[in-house]
Design a protein. Structure first.
Length: 378
């Protein structure tokens, strides 16, 4: 169209792809971002601009979803993305995304267990997610009583240097879980425990230290066993410091306190907040460790009762492992009222409260400031 001065109005931008049936003002057209030429259609937003999400390549979206899954703090953070739109639902099921999901993504509650949850864990394990292999392996081995499939899934994760799977397989070898008493292989258990300890697994370090001190499945070496126990405590303290906010670190829960944390069942004065004296030999308080989602699922699944005659749970609340046969776990040599799947669980439960309860029959609690008792066969 010619103006009075002989000029012409500028033509519309041909690079802009939009719905031609919708009339757009000159102001909106000037501030619209052109869509790539490869996109055939572009949805319009309320402000009249093109929705650039449709123009993002699939590789970028997959990378974002993989980052989200690896940093998710709960299953809801990851699963809610699938219900956002059809495209995210399709890309979220990609094997690349499922293989990067974190362990918190599989922190499903036992009361919410369903066949769809089972299928989701199976898809993640098939995609190569070692955390899914470990979680589903523990659930199948102990809860669903599918021993062969559960052990194979944990072995699949162990091949990929997954420390919790190596330690769980070591516990199975120590106890002969899923078989008879003659199926125990102490040397294999020590080898698996040593591999997990090399990867920095705290319970494996503690278990290996007790095996060396007691000569259980390996030649006795008290000095080397003590070194592993000190290393386990140091790693545990470092893990707590790395996951605790600075405001809490400066509090009273991590202070030098040479006195025992509990005296005759009474808490020590000036001790703020709950504490677990795992480093009581060195005069430090540390809070109780957070249980693994797989162990938390076992605890919720059995809820203090194991189906079967006289089968028991490990007395350490953060473990959740049940017996797979009668008299599988060993009991405390002092009181004989508690039983554990491993020496590591006994050491943890001793510091968490059994220290104040462990007494010989007919005697007063004289084991408050002493060491925990040995484990003996049931």
């Amino acid at each position: 169209m010619r103006t009075r001065r002989g000029g012409y109005y500028s033509k519309a931008n041909n690079n802009i792809i939009c719905d031609k049936r919708r009339k757009i003002s000159d102001f909106q057209r000037d501030y619209m971002i052109p869509c790539p030429k490869r996109v055939k259609s572009c949805r319009m937003t309320v402000s009249g601009q093109c929705d650039l999400f449709d123009s993002l390549p699939d590789d970028i979206v997959l990378f974002i979803l993989a980052k989200l899954g690896s940093s998710a703090r709960c299953a809801t953070d990851f699963v809610n993305v699938f219900s956002t739109c059809k495209r995210l639902n399709e890309l979220g099921a990609n094997s690349l995304v499922l293989s990067k999901a974190s362990s918190k993504t599989f922190a499903v509650k036992a009361k919410n267990w369903s066949e769809s949850t089972h299928r989701f864990l199976k898809r993640c394990s098939d995609a190569g997610n070692v955390e899914a292999c470990y979680t589903l392996g523990m659930i199948r081995f102990y809860c669903l009583q599918n021993r062969g499939s559960g052990a194979s899934l944990m072995a699949k994760a162990a091949i990929n240097s997954h420390a919790p799977s190596l330690y769980s397989l070591a516990v199975i070898q120590f106890n002969g879980s899923g078989g008879t008493k003659t199926d125990k292989d102490l040397r294999a258990g020590v080898a698996l425990c040593a591999r997990a300890a090399f990867l920095g697994h705290i319970d494996a370090l503690r278990e290996l230290g007790h095996c060396l001190q007691d000569g259980y499945g390996v030649r006795q070496n008290i000095a080397e066993g003590r070194r592993f126990l000190v290393q386990a405590n140091a790693r545990e303290l470092a893990a707590v410091l790395s996951t605790t906010p600075a405001s809490l670190v400066s509090g009273n829960w991590l202070t030098w306190n040479p006195l025992p944390h509990l005296r005759n069942g009474q808490p020590v004065p000036n001790l703020v907040g709950p504490g677990c004296p795992l480093l009581s030999d060195f005069g430090c308080n540390v809070p109780p460790p957070e249980p693994n989602p797989a162990n938390q699922f076992l605890s919720d699944w059995f809820a203090g009762e194991v189906p079967g005659a006289s089968l028991r749970l490990c007395s350490h609340a953060g473990c959740g492992r049940p017996e797979t046969r009668l008299h599988e776990f060993r009991r405390c040599s002092v009181c004989g009222t508690v039983n554990y799947c491993s020496r590591a669980c006994q050491a943890l439960d001793w510091k968490l409260g059994h220290k104040m309860e462990c007494t010989q029959p007919g005697e007063d609690n004289g084991n408050v400031d002493g060491d925990d008792g040995m484990l003996v066969e049931s």
